[in-house]
Design a protein around this ligand. Structure first.
Ligand code: ZN
Length: 322
C-alpha cells in the first residue's frame, strides 16, 4: 500500500474503535452488564419503587440484579432490552454488535458463529434482535437536495433489469429510498410503485421546498404540484441512456442500492421479504454514520437502552414517574 493511500484510509484517532479497545473495555460479562447499567441508570441511581425515590443501587453478586442501598429492592438493567431473555453470554452479544458495526457490507451469522462459538441458530437470532434496534422510524431528511428512487430485490423474472412488469408482481420486493446528497438515507419496503405510494413516501420523509431528483418514471409525475410541499422536481432521463446532466442525477441513491445488493447478495445470499426492512435498517444505520469512523458500535450500544420495551409487569427497572 502506498504511503498516500494509507494516509487517506486512516480513520482519525478520535473516530477509531479497535478490537483491542473493545477487548479492554469489555473483557467479561460483568463489564458488559455494568455498561448497560450505566447507560440506563448512571451511577447506579434509579427510582426505587419501594422507597419511592431515587436511590443508589449496588451489584448483587452472581446475578444480573442491582440492589437498592436503602431497602435492598432489586432492579434489572437488562429488563426490557434485547438481552433480557437470552441465555447467551452478554459478551458474545457485544462481540456480535461490534463485528456488525465494524464492516461496511455486513457480516453473516456464519462469521459470528465462527468468531464466538455460538450455534448458527443462536447467531442468526442475535442478528435479528440487533437489527431490530437499528430502525429509525422517526427520522426525516433535512437536506435541501434529495434523490428518490426505487429498488427491486429478489425473485426471478424473465427481464432481470428495469421495473416490474405485469406478472412479475409478488416475486420481487419493492424498496423506496431517499437520500440527501452527502447526507443520510431513508428506505422502506413498499407494496407497489404507484404515484400515491412514491409521492406519499416523499411527502412523509422529505422536507417541503427541497429539490427532489428522480428518474423519468411516470409515478413521480406531479411531485412538484403537491399541495403545500413546494418541491422542485428534476428528472433524469434514463430511458434515453442519459444518466447525468450537471447536478441532475440519481447516482447517490443508486450507489446505496448497489451497496445493499452487493452486501445482501455477498454476505446473506438471500433475504426473505419479511425481514428485508430490517436489513435495510442495518445498511442505512451504518451508511448514516459513515462519517463516524468505526464508532458505529458505541452508537448501536446506545440503542439498547434507547429502545427498552415498556413492560408494566417487568421487575422494577425503569425511571418510571410513579
Ligand atoms: Zn429502596
Amino acid at each position: 500500500m502506498s504511503r498516500q493511500s494509507s494516509v487517506r484510509q486512516t480513520i482519525p484517532a478520535e473516530l477509531r474503535y479497535t478490537r483491542q479497545q473493545f477487548d479492554r473495555e469489555f473483557p467479561t460479562d460483568d463489564a458488559c452488564l455494568e455498561q448497560i447499567k450505566e447507560q440506563r441508570f448512571p451511577g447506579g441511581v434509579a427510582v426505587c419503587q419501594k422507597c419511592e425515590g431515587p436511590r443508589k443501587h449496588y451489584r448483587v453478586a452472581g446475578r444480573t440484579a442491582y440492589a437498592c442501598a436503602t431497602c435492598g429492592n432489586h432492579i434489572y438493567p437488562l429488563a426490557g432490552t434485547i438481552f433480557e431473555k437470552s441465555t447467551t453470554s452478554l459478551r458474545v452479544w457485544f462481540q456480535a454488535m461490534y463485528l456488525m458495526g465494524s464492516t461496511r457490507c455486513g457480516i453473516s451469522a456464519k462469521q459470528i458463529q465462527r468468531e464466538t462459538g455460538v450455534t448458527y441458530k443462536t447467531a442468526w437470532r442475535m442478528f435479528r434482535q440487533i437489527r431490530s434496534l437499528l430502525s429509525e422510524p422517526d427520522m426525516q431528511l433535512e437536506g435541501s437536495t434529495v434523490e428518490v428512487d426505487e429498488m427491486y430485490y429478489g425473485g426471478h423474472r424473465k427481464n432481470s433489469t428495469g421495473r416490474l412488469m405485469r406478472g412479475d408482481k409478488g416475486k420481487k420486493s419493492i424498496v423506496v429510498g431517499a437520500v440527501e446528497r452527502k447526507g443520510r438515507v431513508i428506505c422502506r419496503t413498499a407494496t407497489d410503485t404507484t404515484g400515491k405510494t412514491l409521492k406519499g413516501f416523499v411527502k412523509e420523509y422529505v422536507l417541503p421546498k427541497s429539490t427532489v431528483f428522480t428518474d423519468e418514471y411516470s409515478s413521480y409525475a406531479g411531485l412538484d404540484r403537491m399541495d403545500g410541499m413546494e418541491y422542485q422536481h428534476r428528472r433524469v432521463n434514463h430511458e434515453s441512456k442519459v444518466y447525468v446532466v450537471g447536478d441532475v442525477h440519481t447516482q447517490t441513491i443508486e450507489g446505496f442500492w448497489s451497496l445493499v445488493k452487493r452486501g445482501i447478495g455477498g454476505v446473506y445470499h438471500s433475504v426473505s421479504q419479511k425481514y428485508l426492512q430490517t436489513y435495510l435498517d442495518e445498511y442505512s444505520f451504518r451508511y448514516n454514520r459513515r462519517a463516524s469512523g468505526n464508532l458505529i458500535f458505541p452508537a448501536m450500544l446506545a440503542k439498547v437502552s434507547e429502545k427498552v420495551l415498556s413492560k408494566p409487569s417487568a421487575p422494577v427497572a425503569e425511571n418510571q414517574n410513579v
